[in-house]
Design a protein. Sequence first.
Length: 308
Amino acid sequence: MARHEKALLRVSQWLDLSRTERQEFVDTAQRISSRQEAAFSQYDEEYLEHLKQDVFTHEEVLSYLEEAGIGEDVVQDFSSGEIPFDEVYQSWNEIRYSVNEILDLTMLLKLVHSCSENPETLSQGIDSRYKFQKLVYLVNQELADQNRMDRDTAPYDHGKLEKTGFRYTYRMRSSGPFAKTLEEDKRRLYASNLIDEEVMAKVETPEINEENCRYRITLGRSGEVVMDRFASRLESLETEVLSDWEDAIDHVVLQFGHMTVEELHEYIMDLDPVKEAEDRDLLLRGRRVKYDSEPWITISTGGEIGHV
């Protein structure tokens, strides 16, 4: 992910937009920015000036903000190019998660951490967005395949993930199993420095969001702090449900983390549910949770955790 998009994500979070609205805002701003002839190689003052003068003052952005119910004073700041950049993303250092979300996001950090610690992977972190998506799928599939005494609550068909496993629902795409909400959460983790992404090679993978070059996913500065605090606790969990989840992550990383993208792709596409699926077919439904009434937790770039 380009650092340009990171700046836009931070603006959308500062505006306190919903998840769907955040993505719409980013897409709108990127579409406007792409029409400009100037190219920006890094996240710098020149790019911030471009956003302020050419993107945030654009009528499409202003109209979107008004439709999203953003206050008139903030819309006026956008219109006049007076957005408080220091407040928004130069000094901005906090992101909010619900209590339910924090489980999934911590386990995503655990997955990246485990790949970094596994000598078989021969690289830091996860060496492509493709592998990131598919490793999470394989963790959930392993948990879904476990025999449990209690059945799923009809008619929800949680795929035996009601009590454990990531909440991401996977559907069949051209690259195999793909979860849109996992991609959205990855962007949030990136925006808050919990993970980092860097271009690894100008080589595409089968993944639908990695068509032009390959990205390496590693722990960001905040993610390293969080894992320093919690990794050892995850390894000694006494709660059966979370322990099974943590064990599934370790097993999947050990079994598949060392595979090349090509090897993993061949394995994934040969799985029976994948071979039999057509485009957009449901492959695996994650556990269903609602966040609207959840208490919220904040995580700062220093790894400090607070409550809202």
